[in-house]
Design a protein around this ligand. Sequence first.
Ligand code: PLP
Length: 374
Amino acid sequence: MAIYFDNAATTKPSATAVEAFIQGTALYGNPSSPHALGAEARRSLEAARVTLAGLAGCKSEEFYFTASGTESNNSAVYGLWELRKRYGKRVILTDSEHPSVKEPCRRLEAQGAEIVYLPTRGGVIDTDFLKEAIKTPSALVCVMLANNETGAVYDLKAVRDVINGAGSRALLHCDAVQGFMKAEGCKQALRQADTAAFSAHKLHGLRGVGGLMLKSNLHPPAFVVGGGQEKGIRSGTENLAAAAAFAAAAKEYGKDALEKVKELRAYIEEKLKEIGNVGFNIPPKHLDGILNISLRGIKSETALNCLSAQGIYISASSACSSKQAENTVLAAYGLDKADRECALRIGISPLNTKEEADALVTALAEARQRYGRI
Ligand code: PLP
């Protein structure tokens, strides 16, 4: 049996999500068809939208379905740039954004954007830096809700206050892929943003469906053109079964799930303290579901492979940046090279158990004992 603690990379679809998906596939009409089958499909799609918008704290007409968090981030960055580039060419993003935000921002350089990285040392936004940076007319500020490697939860209200305080016309995009339903005060935080990105597979929904919150006063050019679905913003026949599963999974990720994750995290932390010589890379505000540690004495890759051989799955860094030679997010966090080289990310879900946590910590201790260099 697999022991899966890589829940920041992706999660196993929950039974509730799978059930909602199966029911959704029975509604095979095209949501855009004017006949009764189409109307039935549309009702299901709209019900999912209402649920997700309610959880995200926006109006249902502000919530659009996409195919991934990556698509949502790309669309938001390009869309907001189009809306504001005439007011300022500066694009400010944290130095720990996900590549699906970083890369589209970098592409904007070809259109004259000046990219400025906002420091997040210790997992905290440097608002003094932002105050200075925003004095130059800016188009866009990107701050994620929660970081995918350290679990740091960033203060969006403070960022909004700086933008407003400076009288800047910059729009604020929030990558909420990791933080949605998990970060404390998530709904209030999301209200600070003009756009936000979501992804179903981080909270026990299915892969291949995401969401984009776009404030109703904003009208960027269409992201994907064609048949005019999603109010013309994002064409393509909607994946209503996956959207229904997304809504079911998000609804299920409530107080009980969060409590369970919190408890399990505390348990794992205690167990890790017992094995000793572990660095805890924990920002002051963080998701309980992401625990980043430095298992001193053994390289991340070695520990990872050793656990994998036993059917225990964690990660050395995010799945998306694991091909990079250097972990830039942990460097931005301020972790020294030695601690970066032995960093591990434990992604905890409400589906994990204490027995699994015991097996994980035992396996980590044994891996270090057998293959560690000290
Ligand atoms: N943003 C963050 C913070 C993520 O962790 C991820 C996935 O790892 C994404 C965006 C991309 O989401 P998706 O896998 O749905 O494209």
